[in-house]
Design a protein around this ligand. Structure first.
Ligand code: GLA
Length: 387
């Protein structure tokens, strides 16, 4: 995807004039899944794939003319329309515009054409890439770039909550806005403090295997998982009126055991996964600092096991990809992102890479009739204005 491609479509679909071009990436996450909305830690990085948009004020009060280049779909709508557009892609534009207005940005009518190369439904956060790209553009075109990066992250998250039906955490929008080439970022989702970790595993590489099974997070099992976690916190808080319990981050293993019977096995298992995952992120950071990639890999397999058996966000295809990784002595492998389809992320030794990919393609195709898609991870930069 390049600027000229997006620009040629922008010119063709609107009045021949050019605008400004912005880009934002999708993300990977080495470890720390479903911990963000539980006040825990995550360890994502931006990728070299994302969304690119050309935008230009069109002189109207609040008419947005939007063209999704990849879908060849055009939708025009007014920001003052309380319902907004129906097309799911256009709801991101409507939602982020409304959220930026709430932050004091005087958004007026504009034209926008955008395209993307983050695979949809792969768990690499194409939606956060859209939100942060459009937020970056609106901040620049209408807001004198006064809105902070964190406020843009939160505006993207609020777009998901208020206009798209997904009660997500902040990991994806954070990674998309703050990403830095060559670095993973350890984020404490409670305090919002974060640290860049240069990531160049010597002798290993990261590769994603996309099952091409689509997940649908909206109004879905994702929100159920979040509700389970919140329910456990509510029960623990009721037992300990002296304490302050906002998220599972504030809860101990003992407190979780105390409420096991009352919350039921399903919620218990979900909370158990989250408590373990919080510790695993920190253990992975230590292991990385020591250059102990085998330890990192062990933790990744543990996460997969927990996401599959306790959090129950895996599916047959992802468990199969994980098994193929094990069979090929891959150092670490796990589901990445929200789950219910999408990718596994694999930390694999350079000398095992070819054989692993060949075996995964062959066995997956034999079982499911198509090969998984393979993406070699390149860690790229966050949201930016290109021209
Ligand atoms: C989705 C959400 C994130 C996060 C992950 C799971 O990507 O958007 O906020 O919860 O799932 O780690």
């Amino acid at each position: 995807m390049d600027i000229e491609f997006v620009r040629s479509r922008f010119i063709k679909h609107f009045d021949g004039k050019t605008g400004n071009v912005y880009a934002s990436p999708g993300r990977i996450n080495l470890i720390g899944e479903h911990t963000d909305y539980n006040g825990g830690f995550v360890f994502p990085g931006a990728v070299d794939k994302g969304v690119m948009a050309e935008m230009r004020p069109n002189g109207t009060e609040d008419t947005i003319m939007a063209y999704a280049i990849d879908l060849k779909d055009r939708v025009d709508f007014k920001l003052s329309d309380p319902n907004g557009p129906r097309a799911s892609w256009a709801r991101y534009i409507y939602g982020i515009s409304k959220e930026m207005q709430k932050l004091g940005v005087p958004v007026k009518g504009y034209n926008i054409a955008f395209a993307g190369d983050v695979p949809l439904g792969a768990g690499m956060s194409s939606s956060a890439a859209m939100e942060s790209c459009f937020a970056c553009g609106l901040n620049d075109l209408f807001g004198e770039n006064k809105v902070s990066q964190w406020d843009m992250v939160l505006a993207g998250q609020a777009t998901e909550h208020n206009y798209c039906g997904v009660n997500c955490g902040i990991m994806d929008q954070f990674a998309s806005v703050f990403g830095k080439a060559g670095c993973l970022m350890r984020l404490d989702c409670r305090s919002r403090e974060f640290e860049y970790f240069p990531f160049k595993p010597d002798g290993y590489r990261l590769v994603l295997l996309d099952s091409v099974v689509k997940h649908q997070l909206a109004g879905s099992p994702y929100n159920d998982r979040r509700n389970s976690c919140e329910n456990v916190v509510k029960h623990i808080a009721a037992k300990h009126p002296e304490g302050k319990f906002e998220t599972l981050r504030d809860c101990t293993w003992e407190q979780l055991d105390e409420v096991r019977a009352e919350v039921g096995e399903e919620d218990y298992k979900r909370a158990k996964f989250v408590l373990g995952e919080k510790d695993r992120v920190l253990a992975v950071c230590d292991a990385l600092t020591e250059g102990d990639y085998e330890k990192v890999g062990e933790m990744m397999y543990e996460t997969h096991e927990g996401l599959s058996k306790d959090y129950e966000v895996s599916c047959e295809e992802l468990d199969f990809l994980n098994q193929i990784a094990k069979d090929n002595h891959v150092t670490g492998s796990r589901i990445m992102g929200g789950g219910f389809g999408g990718c596994t992320i694999n930390l694999v030794r350079n000398d095992l890479y070819r054989q692993f990919i060949a075996d995964a393609k062959k066995r997956f195709a034999e079982k499911y009739g198509h090969e998984p898609k393979v993406y070699d991870v390149v860690i790229g930069d966050g949201s930016r204005k290109l021209c």
